[in-house]
Design a protein. Structure first.
Length: 70
């Protein structure tokens, strides 16, 4: 009956490994979703900085008023 016990143990290990893989798969899906969200947010921030940069460089610079001697 040793072979039956060994077969049972092997099948049990396979089932436990399968459960762990399913759990890891779910975690990876959540991480991928979080990564996509962060990537979108970063792109929006980069776009805003580029817009601010363009606006800052396209404006003509005004000279400071000259001091009056008085």
């Amino acid at each position: 009956m040793s072979w039956a016990r060994d077969a049972y143990a092997a099948i049990r290990k396979i089932i436990l490994i399968e459960d762990r893989i399913e759990g890891l798969t779910e975690q990876v899906k959540h991480l991928a979703d979080a990564y996509r969200d962060l990537d979108r947010r970063l792109l929006r921030i980069e776009a805003k900085f580029e817009l601010i940069e363009k606006a800052a460089t396209s404006r003509p610079r005004r000279a400071l008023p000259k001091k009056s001697d008085g």
